[in-house]
Design a protein around this ligand. Structure first.
Ligand code: AHR
Length: 326
């Protein structure tokens, strides 16, 4: 089933469908007309929880099509058990390569060992797994989430100086790499500033509705919130709704820092409702397809491929918005 050679003919890609891999997973696949040279990739996506995720899925589907890679795609609806089912199904189907973005960090060793026994290489994209056995995957392509958290904290330290500052934190999905790392990076950056206190911290599951709900509760129990640190734009946008409903002005009465820099977040930054955004790029598709082709051709691939990203102030958001791709 190993089909290494890619030809221009395999680039003709048709949209098809694939049997669902877990629960109500919606599955879309691109099929390349059955050429024996075509690489088949099984991709187990986290879900569709945020604007970032939608852009990431689009990037993967478009890049697979451009590379002539047959993509079997499953949406785990933010549930680890669905991702494990999808990976097992890809193993059964004898795909050439499996890629996935693990919803949480732990609990992957046995299914990854099954893939290894079946001699199917695995590529991690976007999020990491917490495993001592690095032979279970070929490479991990994605952002440095600790660095993102640090950038958020460093901006806050600069912004508030020595002023007493109460921060509430809207965390990502419990146990997910970006939630753990963005929390840790932020804590490290503000650790030398005793005037900055994280007074409440709770998961909003990376969704807009989750961010809104948690922020409503924070506002009820904490009268003196100065800053919201949201682990993604969507939760920050949900917090804006809650702050406005409470009669306060987001960006002024309560400052907001988020991560991602998707269009909706950038618009809120340009409008002055968010104060600072740390970029996390979802455009991982090209790097993923390139790595898959190299792995299957027996070429060397770096064990860790870090995504390049920047940060945005209000002025920078105004400038970047017209050409923002996602
Ligand atoms: O893993 C990347 C994170 O997942 C993004 O920052 C967030 O928006 C998404 O849900």
């Amino acid at each position: 089933m190993l089909k290494k050679v890619l030809t221009a003919a395999t680039a003709a890609v048709l949209i098809g469908s694939l049997a669902a891999c877990g629960g109500e997973d919606s599955v879309a696949s691109s099929e390349a007309g059955g050429s024996s040279d075509t690489i088949t990739m099984g991709f187990a996506q986290v879900g569709a929880e945020s604007g970032w995720r939608t852009a990431n899925t689009k990037s993967i589907q478009e890049s697979a099509k451009a590379a002539g890679i047959e993509l079997k795609f499953s949406d785990a609806q933010q549930k680890q058990e669905n991702q494990i089912k999808a990976i097992r199904s890809y193993i059964q189907q004898k795909v050439d390569v499996i890629a996935f973005s693990p919803v949480v960090e732990t609990g992957w060793d046995s299914v990854l060992q099954e893939a290894k026994r079946a001699k199917i290489p695995v590529i991690l994209t976007d999020r990491a797994v917490d495993s001592e056995d690095e032979t279970l995957y070929e490479t991990f392509i994605g952002s440095d989430f600790v660095e993102e958290g640090k950038k958020a904290g460093e901006w806050l330290v600069q912004e508030v100086g020595t002023a007493e500052t109460n921060v509430v934190e809207l965390q990502g999905t419990t146990g997910a790499a970006p939630a753990n790392d963005r929390r840790d990076g932020f804590e490290e950056a503000v650790s030398g500033s005793p005037n900055i206190k994280v007074i409440a911290s709770q998961t909003g599951d990376f969704t807009r509705s989750g961010g809104k709900e948690v922020m409503e509760a924070f506002l009820k129990s904490n009268p003196d919130i100065d800053v919201v640190y949201a682990h993604n734009d969507d939760m920050g946008l949900g917090a804006i709704e809650a702050i406005e409903a409470a009669g306060k002005v987001p960006g002024q009465d309560i400052k907001i820092i988020t991560v991602d820099a998707v269009k909706d977040g950038m618009q809120a930054l340009a409008d002055g409702k968010i104060n600072f955004i740390v970029e996390c790029s979802p455009l991982l598709g090209d790097q993923l397809m390139d790595a898959a082709q190299k792995v299957l051709a027996g070429e060397e691939v770096e064990k860790r491929i870090v995504t390049e990203e920047t940060t945005f102030t209000q002025e920078q958001a105004v400038e970047a918005l017209p050409t923002r791709k996602y």
